[in-house]
Design a protein around this ligand. Structure first.
Ligand code: KIV
Length: 276
């Protein structure tokens, strides 16, 4: 059954935690969908995990459309949310609506996500007016790495905590159907979750949120880069892949692979008539 904005809202109301993982391609989306994860985020984290950039800033709309199209094909049940990349909604509501529309029409996403609270309420309102569901993303917003001075926990003093609460209320008021809270203290996330009627999805925001999201390469320990404190490894897939690649290399070099059962046959009679 396809998850929707209504089923996700119902999960919040019933206290049934929402699960979300990132995916960037068809095969992984299919595995996540088959595991029953309710929402897939095509995150602009693909800048780091798939494209090898240092941060998300170079990711383009074309990158996002390309990866979203693959994920949407592989996710018959999960609700697919696609990230709006840096500078795709910062130049006004018209650009925001056009770019959100591309992720739906060309990418096949069910919703878009954008970073920002009070400052981007107009853009959220305009996209929602175009019948596109918006998931907001507040707290630590990676596209603002340069103004935030790094990837730092947000909301630790009174002013900063009030800003996160004000952002949360602003995005709900603007029509967002869900909000990601990244790297904020657990008690603040709990307070926001109790205040809002839309679901909150935490990443580094504690267990009091309505749901959780992780980058799949982080939770499978596949990614060699920096790992945040909030990451838990649910598998050692990076090591398992490396072991398999090594075993393949050894078998090819020693002639063990391919074996007869991996090989196509030809009649000797046919072969004898071939001039080489
Ligand atoms: O891009 C991404 O993967 C994200 C999550 C970390 C929430 O925005």
């Amino acid at each position: 059954m396809k998850n929707t904005v209504l089923t996700l809202q119902k999960q919040k109301e019933e206290g049934n935690k929402i699960t979300m993982l990132t995916a960037y391609d068809y095969s992984v989306a299919g595995l996540i969908d088959a595991a029953g994860i309710e929402t897939i985020l095509v995150g602009d984290s693909l800048g780091m995990t798939m494209l090898g950039y240092d941060d998300t800033l170079p990711v383009t709309m074309d990158d996002m459309v390309h990866h979203t199209r693959a994920v949407a094909k592989g996710a018959p049940n999960a609700f697919v949310v696609a990230d709006m990349p840096f500078m795709s909604y910062h130049t006004g509501t018209r650009d925001a609506v056009i770019n959100a529309g591309r992720l739906i029409k060309e990418g096949g996403a069910n919703a878009v996500k954008l970073e920002g609270g009070v400052d981007f309420a107009d853009e959220i309102r305009a996209i929602v007016k175009a019948s596109i569901p918006v998931c907001a993303h507040i707290g630590m917003t990676p596209q603002s790495v340069n103004t935030m001075g790094g990837f730092k926990v947000q909301g630790k003093n009174v002013d900063a905590a009030q800003k996160v609460v004000d952002d949360a209320k602003a995005v709900q008021e603007a029509g967002a159907f869900m909000v990601v809270l990244e790297c904020v203290p657990a008690k603040l996330a709990e307070l926001i979750t109790a205040t809002l009627h839309i679901p909150t999805i935490g990443i580094g925001a504690g267990a009091g949120c309505d749901g959780q999201v992780l980058v799949y390469q982080d939770m499978l320990n596949m990614f060699q880069g920096h790992q945040a404190k909030f990451v838990k490894h649910f598998g050692e897939i990076g090591q398992a892949m490396q072991d398999a690649f090594k075993a393949y290399s050894e078998e090819v070099k020693s002639g063990v692979f391919p074996a007869p059962e991996h090989t196509y046959k030809i009649d000797d009679e046919v072969l004898s008539q071939i001039k080489a």
